[in-house]
Write a protein that binds this ligand. Structure first.
Ligand SMILES: Cc1ncc(COP(=O)(O)O)c(C=O)c1O
Length: 419
């Protein structure tokens, strides 16, 4: 039986469902207690810097929301979500070229729950999900839970390669596999920070359409660009073949747990049924708070503030990489939270993590972002949360650990380094 299920001290060990085998502690969660000590610089978890959100802005929204909505805010709501907020979401999505109707939007408990519900609707055991390589760890966990096989498609500095996508589809079809959907984070992807180039977007959609493959476009970071807006959303180019997922977690705060899904009508109907069956309805309280915030504060200026904070931190992270680890290849994001770093040959980011934590710095090992066990010589740096000074200190510490590993490798060969 899988170690993931627990141990013999658990009297219910034999009672778990087969799919419970797929649940495992994430690479970072396992070290969480140590990583959250104040002396450790954590470049690991993807936490938004919510301190950049003025406290009185939320307090004002809360008071005015309770005055207007009263008991409705603490009552059950509809399974599709609050109508006023859905209308505001429509306007938000229009910023990325999307035309939509409130009828086709479903509010969810963060986009994570949207992903979970959609996976439940589409994935049978053994089905294939296509994804970027690397891909978002939280989505991979869900796909694993539904016992999908994740096929990573070659991805470079311009996002997923359309040629590689076509090749993967041909190969999988030839092998008789059922492909259920393509999962993409097209803007400032987690973990790579790369953005899918404008000219690749219609090509990817054309390939998926020709092979009758649904596209899940997961876009929590698109509005957090540093200089120029991202290309229009995939969904703006194809209304029938794309399901779009958005979230308030990164442009406002994750604590509300509010996200949204825009889906073709038939899928939307099924999604509402799945949501009602799973949780009855998303939180009316959180949705009404956000709706009030959008209606009565300058939320665009607030997003601008976030952009400024993250741009400064990205510059600090890239500056420190240049200063302390000039030989390492790293992505250079135009927005979002993440750098994706390639380590020297033979250095294993997963084996190195305990040593790094001992040196008081944490990151996420590359293996977390692949469903196939690869990614050993990669790591993700998240620069959204620590101050620029702490980021520099963290990367300086990381450089000490990596340089020590490289020295060991040079002196003793592969067996000398942590592996
Ligand atoms: C690509 C991606 N999708 C979805 C999520 C989940 O976000 P939410 O807080 O809306 O559930 C995250 C969170 O980090 C993410 O990076």
């Amino acid at each position: 039986m899988s170690a993931n299920l627990g141990n013999n001290l658990d009297p219910w060990l034999s009672a778990y469902a087969e799919r419970a085998h797929t649940l495992s502690v994430s690479e970072v969660r396992a070290l969480f207690a140590v990583v959250s000590r104040p002396e450790v610089v954590s470049l690991a978890g993807g936490m938004p810097y919510v301190a950049a959100l003025p406290k009185d802005l939320l307090e004002k929204s809360y008071l005015s929301m309770m005055e207007k909505k009263g008991l409705l805010a603490i009552q059950y709501g509809g399974g599709q979500g609050d109508l006023t907020l859905r209308d505001q979401v429509r306007e938000l999505m229009a910023l990325e070229g999307i035309r939509s109707s409130v009828e086709d939007i479903v509010m969810t408990t963060g986009s994570q729950h949207g992903l979970e519900l959609l996976s439940g609707l589409f994935i049978d055991e053994g089905d294939v999900v296509l994804a970027e390589g690397p891909s978002y760890v939280g989505a991979l966990g869900i796909f694993r839970h539904y016992q999908a096989h994740v096929e990573h498609v070659y991805t470079d500095h311009d996002g997923m390669s359309p040629e590689a996508l076509e090749e993967s589809i041909d190969r999988l079809k030839e092998a008789g596999r059922t492909i259920k959907f393509l999962y993409l984070v097209p803007n400032f992807a987690n973990p790579s920070g790369v953005t899918l180039a404008k000219e690749r977007r219609p090509k990817i959609l054309e390939i998926c359409k020709r092979h009758h493959i649904l596209v899940l476009e997961d876009n929590p970071y698109g509005l957090l660009y540093f200089d120029k807006p991202v290309p229009d959303a995939l969904r703006s180019l194809d209304e029938e073949g794309v399901i779009y997922l958005g979230s308030f977690s990164k442009i406002l705060a994750p604590g509300f747990r509010v996200g949204y899904v825009l889906a073709p009508p038939a899928i939307k109907d099924k999604l509402i049924l799945a949501q009602e069956s799973a949780i009855l309805c998303p939180s009316a309280f959180s949705q009404m708070m956000i709706s009030e915030y959008l209606a009565n504060s300058d939320w665009q200026a607030q997003i601008d503030t976030f952009r400024g904070v993250y741009r400064e931190r990205k510059d600090a992270a890239l500056g420190a990489m240049h200063e302390f680890l000039p030989k390492l290849e790293t992505t250079k994001p135009d927005g979002g939270f993440y750098l994706w770093v390639t380590l020297p040959d033979g250095v294993d980011s997963k084996a190195m993590l305990p040593l790094a934590v001992k040196e008081l710095v944490a990151y996420t090992p590359g293996t977390a972002f692949y469903g196939d066990g690869t990614g050993h010589n990669k790591l993700r740096i998240c620069y959204s949360y620590p101050t620029p000074e702490r980021i520099r200190l963290g990367i300086q510490r990381l450089a000490n650990v990596i340089n020590l590993q490289t020295d060991l490798l040079d002196t003793f060969g592969k067996k000398g380094a942590a592996n």
